[in-house]
Ligand binder design. Sequence first.
Ligand SMILES: Nc1ncnc2c1ncn2[C@@H]1O[C@H](COP(=O)(O)OP(=O)(O)O)[C@@H](O)[C@H]1O
Ligand SMILES: [Mg+2]
Length: 298
Amino acid sequence: MSRHLDVIGVASQYCCDGLEVMQSTVRDSLDASFGQPAVKVDGLSKAFKGRPALQQVSLRVETGEMLALVGASGSGKSTLLRNLNGLQQADQGRVEVFGSPLQVDGQLHSKVRQLRSQVGFIFQQFNLVRRLTALENVLVGNLSQVSLWRSLTQSFTQAEKLKALSALERVGILDQAYQRASSLSGGQQQRVAIARCLMQGAKIILADEPIASLDPESAGKVMELLTLLNQEQGITVIISLHQVQVVQRYCPRSIALRQGVVCFDGRTAELDEARLADIYGSAVEELVLRGHSEVFVP
Ligand SMILES: Nc1ncnc2c1ncn2[C@@H]1O[C@H](COP(=O)(O)OP(=O)(O)O)[C@@H](O)[C@H]1O
Ligand SMILES: [Mg+2]
């Protein structure tokens, strides 16, 4: 325990340095990819057992945007997000990240691991290893089970621990660093997942319904945190959301999917009720009324 406290002590001394390193890494890569969209998708199609989930989806997300992905349940949001970092391969079409092809017509590029490291993913159910501490979760990152075991049997360097602690401080839960993930609240777990993206050096965060399992207060904190990372560190955020009030409050631009087809791509301010009704049909009441309106309506 004292060793842990030592590390925290050192971390609080050097946290600003750790953060500087993270910020300058993001800045350097932003320079390298200057002028390139963070994500470019052309003609992406994906079917499951012959049923189309994405149909000829094309879109472009500029570096530094905070974009909402909206649409009724089953409209293809998760499928699209998974395809953006190559967790899933499409049948046809192309995904580029900062100008480099990540997948083309179902083939992952040979540099997929390198590109994927720039893309963090957060899930509705957090996807942490519950028996590990918050710090260990940040350190091991999104590794496969095999490499997870390998990395747990190796020790991490002091510099890695400091960077992980700095990431936990950035998301506001440094004091929970040595708590098991299973003992953390949903909001805290989601912040660990975000810290993991920072540790990984992600310049894009894909978030699949990240607040759907949270109480309104925690949901607000997670949205504020993602906004802060977007505005202060220039991290591009693409986030699927159900609650229209949240989209209107936090995301200047939205893309809507209906049955796997992009049916709106524009300023969120233009998503008025008439357009929502047009986009969502019978699902519109669920979208407008459900969620955390009591917290999010200013
Ligand atoms: N792994 C899968 N196997 C079979 N069908 C799937 C799979 N993933 C998604 N689908 C189908 O693809 C469509 C889009 O699903 P999804 O991307 O999960 O939508 P959303 O996230 O908007 O709710 C749905 O019809 C869903 O049933
Ligand atoms: Mg989904």
